[in-house]
Write a protein that binds this ligand. Structure first.
Ligand code: NDP
Length: 310
């Protein structure tokens, strides 16, 4: 069985950047692209807040450029999905969906986090056409428009507050009769005249000819009080939580209650020597491409130090 110097699991900004750094410093690196080559960003359209692109850049082109930059330095791309990791002792054993196995001296976990969706068919139908799980990424497109945010936690409040700086009206769709968010965030949305909170309300569906034009809702209070109605909206934002893609590594590396990988201080070091975590899988707070890329760079530099025995 082969022993790799470095394998990067995941191909978002964190994964590609880590590989750019390791391969550029002469470490043979394999990138395992995983389920979604290019990562979460490829589900959006234009990225306007990645520095260096004053006119914005198509998300797929940005990711393709990062990939090319990594392969230009010599990084190898594997079109496989990791299904099992054994991090008991180094070199670490990894098993892929095509039944192949490798040993690796170092691993960069850059598997990202997946936004949770409600699971209604219209979310898929209108994805990229009015449905988004990232207000910071896509809010700009809803200037002076009407949007809805689903969720009652801190993320939903934060996204609603941010969207209210752009949109003309923001509905928060909250399934319980109260918000789960911290008091300060609750006060912020309750005091914002552009935000209207629809408690005890669930989404039934979305409609529109060329993208989202409206939402069907159901208000339920007890067994006998139920009312379905529609509202015109232009954008539908999910803010019901994220799931870090850390499941395979959980038996080995330390994670927090939500499953985010815990790293040591400001470094990408996990609780396992030679195993580093970069990007959203270790970031419950910011979840931004530029931050993921930066943490990928740190991971690449730590791999180099680790292999040099420093
Ligand atoms: P949370 O799990 O805290 O909240 C999720 C929200 O979505 C809840 O209101 C929940 O409703 C609702 N929800 C979940 N599933 C559904 C569904 N199927 N249909 C309708 N509503 C649904 O997630 P967050 O992402 O908001 O926060 C995650 C963590 O990150 C928290 O600890 C939070 O405090 C933290 N955070 C901190 C921030 C900060 O400090 N600035 C900013 C953002 C997040 P219900 O209450 O009924 O379960």
């Amino acid at each position: 069985m082969d022993t790799l110097s470095c394998i990067v699991i995941g191909s978002g900004p964190a994964g590609y950047t880590a590989a750019i750094y390791t391969q550029r410093s002469g470490i043979d690196t394999v990138i395992c692209e995983g389920i979604q080559p290019g990562g979460q960003l490829t589900t959006t359209t234009i990225v306007e807040n990645y520095p260096g692109f004053p006119e914005g850049i198509d998300a797929n082109i940005l990711m393709e450029n990062m990939r090319t930059q990594a392969t230009n330095f010599g990084a190898q791309i594997w079109n496989k999905i990791l299904i099992k990791a054994d991090l008991d002792s180094a070199p670490y054993k990894l098993t892929f969906d095509d039944n192949t196995q490798v040993w690796a001296k170092t691993i960069v976990i850059a598997t990202g986090a997946t936004a949770k969706y409600l699971g209604i068919p219209d979310e898929t139908k209108y994805k990229g056409m009015g449905v988004s799980a990232c207000a910071t990424c896509d809010g700009f497109f809803y200037r002076k428009k009407i949007v809805a945010v689903v969720g009652g936690g801190d993320t939903a409040c934060e996204e609603a507050s941010y969207l209210a700086t752009l949109a003309s009206k923001v509905y928060m769709i909250v399934r319980k009769p109260y918000l789960r968010a911290s008091n300060i965030m609750q006060e912020r949305v309750k005091n914002n005249p552009k935000i209207e909170i629809l408690f005890e309300t669930n989404t039934l569906g979305l409609f529109g000819e060329n993208g989202v034009e409206g939402i069907q809702l159901v208000y339920r209070k007890g067994e006998n009080d139920e009312r379905t109605y529609s509202l015109p909206i232009d954008g539908f934002f999910l803010a019901i939580g994220h799931q870090p893609n850390s499941e395979i590594f959980k038996p080995w590396v330390k994670t927090d209650d939500l499953g985010y990988i815990i790293t040591e201080g400001k470094t990408p070091k996990t609780s396992v020597p030679g195993v580093f975590a970069a990007g959203d899988v270790a970031d419950p707070l910011y979840r931004q491409a530029v931050i993921a890329a930066a943490s990928g760079a740190s991971a690449g530099m730590e791999v180099e130090k680790f292999l040099a025995g420093k």
